[in-house]
Design a protein around this ligand. Sequence first.
Ligand code: B12
Length: 382
Amino acid sequence: MAAPIRILTAVPICDGHDSAINTINLEFIRHGIEVVYLGYHRYAEDIVRAAIQEDVRAIGISSYNGGHVEFFAEVVRQLKKRGANDIKVFGGGGGTITHDDQRVMQKRGVDKIFFAGTSLTDMTQWVRDRYGKVPKRSGGKTPEMRLARKLTEIEDSYANGKRPKKKKIENRKSKIENTKVIGFTGPGGAGKTTLIDELILRLLHREPKARIAILSHDPSVVGEGALLGDRATMINSQDDRVFMRSMATRGQAGGLSPATEDCLRLLAQSGFDYVIIETVGTGQEAMPFQNKLVDQTVLVMNPDYGARLQLQKIVMLDLADIVVVNKSDLDRAKTAMSEIERRLEGSGREQKLISTVAKRHRDRGVDELCDLLGREPEKKKK
Ligand code: B12
């Protein structure tokens, strides 16, 4: 498998028109492109930070609410300011962007604007032609860019088949003992990303100097690209103390990517205080965190898992350190808590069971979870 083209797409601040970008994202994915989707109502600063961390080749912006001349130019300006002018900017906005606007925008550094009536096939082909060649790029002008580019090297070397089979993390503790690594897993739709985002908010407050990295996984569509959409749910993680990287599974089953372990090692060596790994939505037999990859494992469940018998089949219920029943505002949550509690009694381990409503601000369950995920006091930066 050759390394796919990675691009980031987003819709500007004060604009909720996301139907065009959703259609375009899917078309890109079908043609082998990995799309990191940031969602709508996004600041130029958030778009630029995300593009640098994700080390994409280009940013595609969809804009319908006016202000596009200034907004696109601001994204280009901030990329330049942060030494990332090799990340290109392109986009569209139907009839709201005129040909005259486009001329001004191109003068200000925008690569290309697509107008109403252009076919999805033509746009996808243009992206593949323009951004498909592996560009000659600098190693990065800032520490954040250098880290992002090294992560790309690791991912792409796996994709090009140059790496030996998965290496175990040997002596991981001795190399990265100051980094706390927490693994989150659970079925799709249980609310893992929202829960992580709420935890990030608490960790940033609790440890005012801590730096946090997130490795967030989404599945690659078989033989095609991937929609890396977790950033669209993240709000608190849009912070300069948080480094987030979206990873596609690129053909590996089980919830992580072939490059996860090496990427984790690099992040830990780069001095992050916490690294949070989020797997793809997993099934009954998944055991994504092996070889002591993480310090603590959190299984996030939806209360609506079916009959009690289903619980006997979920392997992670034996392995997780903490089990979270999220969406506890749903009717079935109380029953789920008592059924899971009984299931955990059978595992013979001391596991914690917590009930959360991650979408609710200041949820006590999330506070409780955050307390369980702290680092040793002596490791905290004062
Ligand atoms: C659908 C729509 C809505 C839907 C949005 C649903 C959604 N979830 O996206 C709803 C009904 C919610 C809506 C609401 C509003 N809308 Co509206 N909406 C439209 C409409 C009809 C179509 C836009 C669209 O998605 N087209 C489909 C795409 C695929 O095609 P396209 O636009 O031709 O784009 C081409 C290229 O530009 C390219 N492209 C587009 N984006 C990108 C991005 C990349 C990366 C690439 C490569 C290419 C690309 O793809 C297409 C290729 O052919 C337009 C009118 C129109 N006909 O354009 C108005 C329009 C954009 N809306 C408008 C307005 C004013 C509003 C509201 C403010 C109305 C109100 N008073 O409440 C609200 C604001 C919403 C908000 N929160 O921001 C105005 C904008 C005026 C302006 N800025 O000049 C328009 C132009 C209608 C009008 N004539 O007045 N809207």
